[in-house]
Each structure stands twice: as C-alpha cells, then as structure tokens.
Design a protein around this ligand. Structure first.
Ligand code: ADP
Length: 580
C-alpha cells in the first residue's frame, strides 16, 4: 500500500520524461536481444563449425560477434546516458520543489525540525533517490535480459530448463523479508544521518560556547554516539543487502551442477547435441550477472524508497498559514493594530502562552513590551506578522482580522530589526536592497545616511560594493545593526518590529544605533521588545507582561508611580545599565 503510494508520487516527477522512458525501454529490449543473439551463436559454432567442420560459417561468425558486441556497447552507452540525464533532471526538480516548499513553511515547522535534518533531506535523501533512479531503469533492462535468456533456455531444452530453475522460487520469500529489513534499517540510518548533520550544524554554529565552556570532549562523545548509531544501522542494512547476492550465487551453483550432470547424460546418450548443451550453459551463466545486479538493485531501491518516504513527508506537510491565506491586500498606513482577547499556545495540548491579551495600538505609536524572560513578549509580537496564528481571539489591522489579508501583503507592511542582525553573504548594497522592489542608488544612500551607516560604508574597501558576511569583510555589531536598520528604512513599512539587543553595544556604537533607530521609528507603529532605557522611557505605551498576561499598560510616569512589577523591572534595567 505504502509502496504504491510512493510510486504514484514518484511518477509525477517522471511523467514529463515518459517518452525518454519509452526510448530507454526500446533500447533495453534490443540490448537484451543482443544477449540472446550472443548465446545462440554458440550452438552453430559448436555443432556446425567445431564438430561439422563448416569453414564458411567460421568466416561469418566473427563478424556476427563483432556486430552484436558493437550494438550492445553502443546501446549501453546511449541507455546509460539517457538514464543519467533523466535522473539528474528529476532530482533537480525534486530538490527545487523541496526548497520551494520548505522556504514557505511556517516558523512552527522550523522550530519543530532542526536545520540539520532539513539539510539532510535535501542532500542525503535526494542523493539516495538519484542513485536509485539509474538503477531502476537498468533493472528493467536486466529483467528483460533474464526473461529473454530464460525463454531461450526453455526453447532449447524445456525440461532441463524447468528443472534447473526450480530452485529459485524457494528463495522468493526470504528475499522479501530481506527487502523489508534493508528498508527498515536504512530508514533508521538515514534518520540518524539527519541527527548527525544536525549535531554538526549545532556544534559549528555554537562553537564559541563549546570552546568557552571547554566542552569539546563532551561534544566529541555526543557526536561519537550518533556516529556509532548511524554505522550500526547502515551495517545492518548492509548485511541484509550483501547477503542477497551470495545467496543467489549459491542457488545458481545448485542449478548449474544439476545441468552439468543431467545435460552431460543427455549429450552422451545422444538426446542432445554438444552445441545445444554449451549454448544452454552459456545462457544460464549469462543470466546470472543480471540476476546478481537485480538482487543488489533491490538494496539500493529499498533505501531509496525509504528516502522518498521522508522526502514526500515534507512535500506533503500542510502549511497552516498559507493554506488559510486571506484575499485582501493590506495597507497598514494610519491603521490601528489591535489584539482582541488573544490567546495563544504553541502546542495544541500545551499550556496557554498568551492569555486574553487586549491591546489597541494607535498608528505611529511606539509600544514597548517589557517583562521577564519567558513572559511572552516575542510570542505576542510574532503574531502580528502571522508567524503563528492566534489560537483564540483576533488580531486586527485597521479593524480587519489579519487572517483576511494575504499573508505576503501583510508582511510587506512590517519591517523587522532583530537583536542578532542577519546579513547575507553579499555586497552591502544588495544586503540593503533586499526586498524585491527597485530602488535607485540615491535612495539607498539616503537611507544609509539616516541609519548612520553611510560614513562607515564609504570607508570600506569597495564602499557599497564590498562583500560582507562570512566570506567577506567583518563588521562590528553596531555596524551590522545599522545596516539592518537601513534595510528596514528602505522597505519603508508602516509597522515596525524591533527586538532590541540585551547586551549593550559600547556606548559610542549604541548612541549611533539609537539615533538610527529613532529615525527608523519616526512615523511608524513600532512594537519593541525593549531593553534600552531610552526606548522604555520614551515609549507612547508600555506593556508590562507577566506569565503570558498583560499586567499593566501605561506611560513610564504612571507605571513607575503605581506598578510594582514595572518598578522592579525598571530598576533591574537601570542597574544593568550602570554595570556596563
Ligand atoms: P519572552 O520574549 O518574553 O522572553 P517568549 O515569547 O519567547 O518570551 O516565550 C514565552 C513562552 O513560550 C516561554 O515559556 C517559551 O518557553 C515558550 N516558547 C517560545 N517559543 C516557543 C516555541 N517555538 N515552541 C514552544 N514554546 C515556545
């Protein structure tokens, strides 16, 4: 059942190449025909040339042999190349679709699945499928050869053929069991391979922490354990896969011994000719190669089926946000943003992370969310971009539930500056002009000036064309911040989300970043997870969050006078400030 489902899914990817498949099949038929041609030459060679001393036939046979081998080789090349071409194209399409699918998936998916595992899906699993595709069609060729050669032996000596092949069916059942084992263990192995990639990714991106805590040994142990599990599963799959071929070989030898004995008797008794005997024997020996390949192919195909299952699992994941996309275009300029009885939980069965949040934010206002870590500040802000959907209640922009807007249109209205500024490995220019709208150079310079970034950019080796990021020039934390601020300024969104850095920059950088932020926030509705005292004090509205609820709202002066939680938070913040 499951297999039929996977085959059906796979077929969608092969469908565009159906004519190539037909061509490959035709080539396979002719190619396996050459095998039969080759073994059937043996009979006249033995009976007429060697025993009957026919010299004319001797002169022709070498030409026939060369001709047949030429045809066989040419077809093999054409067939293999066709298969490779098709495999590469199908895999390209699969990889593209996976990437396309994953990039649009909601944030929830990324917090549930580690990056390493997703990477493993696109690389390891897809590669495994690729090796199977070439195998599958060569399987067709091999099956045809086997059928042709078996047909031939039945034609020459039906009784002997039937008896010598009788041993094979006994092994069909064990073969099925072996297939299941291969699939089970390789699926496990591939899953563990995903953990391995994920462990690698984690260690390398957190390498500073690992080194600072001198935890290299612990990480080596952790990696070693996963590595060991991968190897164990792979070896189990390998054992199942490798046992097939010798098993078939042994079975083949039983059949072969029988033929030598029984066929020999027939030749001695004059019931059969020497030529027929050797021709029969050659066909059976030749049938062994494709059978061996077929039993090996089984392993590859089973592994690929397991890989396909995982790939299709991702392709079939529902998109809770985009599957419920709205129809309206959003323009949030001069519109209120309102949380109306908003309740939210990450996990359907989990606890409420936000409880009955009611909040109206006027256009252009700055709202500072303050509260202890884990209070639900980021969660509340993430809902505005529809990174997650509210569980209960409504979030409205301009009085319209945001679910009614097209998600991408809504997000175009929202700018985002995070505490860990993310820049792509590209030029300064391209990093700022990241959105898909066209911007002139002048516009870009204007926003960079407003973000206090122009000056340092012009001092970079190639100015705006300097490549930054991992493979380029290194920038300081404050410089990166200002670039992301410039990027947000260029997007010019009516709503802004700001996740302020907890660890302060040095005061000089901070001043510059603060000035840049002031420019950015001007005239926009800003939601800020506030750590900077200036942001908090100057905010139009401060929302004090506690355990997923709004504890109080108001301006600094009111809250400092009458709210205990706020007082504590404020003095904590002020203390931190002094120690820096
Ligand atoms: P804050 O921003 O105030 O520090 P968060 O909104 O990040 O708080 O977190 C609020 C609560 O939600 C915490 O208890 C946290 O463990 C939980 N949480 C945050 N993100 C996720 C997630 N992706 N999946 C499940 N729980 C989460």
């Amino acid at each position: 059942m499951r297999e039929a489902f996977i085959y059906k899914k796979l077929w969608q990817y092969f469908k565009p190449y159906k004519w190539l498949i037909v061509l490959a099949l035709v080539m396979s038929v002719i190619s396996s025909g050459t095998d039969i041609g080759l073994v059937s030459v043996i009979k006249p060679l033995m009976d007429k040339v060697f025993i009957g001393q026919d010299k004319n036939l001797l002169k022709i046979i070498p030409f026939i042999l060369v001709g047949l081998y030429f045809l066989k080789s040419a077809l093999r090349f054409a067939l293999n190349y066709t298969l490779r071409y098709m495999a590469q194209k199908v895999i390209q399409c699969l990889r593209d679709r996976l990437y396309n699918k994953i990039i649009y998936l909601p944030l929830r998916f990324f917090s549930d699945n580690s990056t390493g595992i997703l990477m493993s899906r696109i690389t390891n699993d897809v590669n495994m499928m690729q090796s199977a595709i070439t195998t599958v069609v060569s399987v067709v060729r091999d099956i045809l050869s086997v059928l042709g050669l078996i047909g031939y032996v039945f034609y020459i000596n039906p009784k002997m053929a039937a008896m010598s092949l009788l041993v094979y069916p006994i092994f069909i059942h064990p073969l099925i069991i072996i297939s299941r084992r291969i699939r089970k263990y390789s699926k496990k192995g591939q899953e563990q391979m995903g953990w391995l990639t994920s462990a690698l990714q984690e260690t390398f991106s957190g390498i500073r922490v690992v080194k600072a805590f001198v935890q290299e040994k612990k990480e080596i142990d952790r990696f070693g354990k996963v590595n060991n599990q991968v190897v164990r599963s792979m070896l189990k799959a390998g054992m199942a896969s490798e046992v097939t071929s010798p098993m078939m070989e042994f079975v083949g030898s039983i059949g072969l011994s029988f033929i030598v004995f029984y066929g020999g008797f027939q030749v001695i008794n004059g019931q059969s000719t020497t030529g027929a005997f050797f021709s029969f024997l050659a066909a059976l020996v030749m049938v062994y190669e494709p059978i061996k390949r077929l039993s090996n192919a089984n392993g590859v195909i089973q592994q690929a089926l397991a890989a396909s299952e995982r790939v299709f699992e991702i392709l079939d994941v529902g998109n809770e946000i985009l599957d419920h996309d709205g129809t309206l275009d959003c323009d949030a300029r001069n519109k209120n943003v309102e949380f109306r009885r908003v309740t939210f939980r990450y996990d359907k069965k989990g606890e409420d992370i936000l409880k009955n949040i009611n909040l109206t934010v006027l256009p252009g206002a700055t709202v500072a969310f303050v509260g202890h870590s884990g209070a639900g500040k980021s969660t509340a802000i993430n809902l505005v971009s529809r990174f997650y959907d509210v569980t209960d209640g409504e979030l409205l922009v301009g009085g319209v539930n945001i679910k009614q807007y097209k998600v991408h249109s809504l997000r175009k209205n929202i700018g985002y500056v995070s505490q860990e500024p993310f820049l792509f490995n590209d030029t300064v220019y391209n990093n700022i002009a990241y959105s898909d709208e066209y911007h002139t150079e002048e516009e870009i310079m204007t926003v960079c000036k407003a973000a206090y970034a122009h000056e340092f950019i012009t001092r970079l080796p190639e100015g705006y064309q300097t490549v930054i990021g991992e493979r380029g020039v290194r920038l300081s934390g404050g410089q990166k911040q200002r670039l992301t601020i410039a990027r947000a300024l260029l997007k010019n969104p009516p709503i802004l989300i700001l996740d302020e850095a907890t660890s302060s920059l040095d005061s000089e950088s901070e001043r510059e970043v603060q000035k840049a932020l002031d420019n950015l926030m001007m005239g926009r509705t800003s939601f800020v997870i506030a750590h900077r005292l200036t942001t908090i004090i100057n905010a139009d509205l401060i929302v004090v969050m506690e355990n997923g609820e709004i504890n109080a709202t108001g301006k600094h002066e009111t809250l400092i006078a009458g709210n205990e939680t706020y007082n504590k938070l404020y003095s904590m913040q002020a203390e931190q400030r002094q120690t820096i």
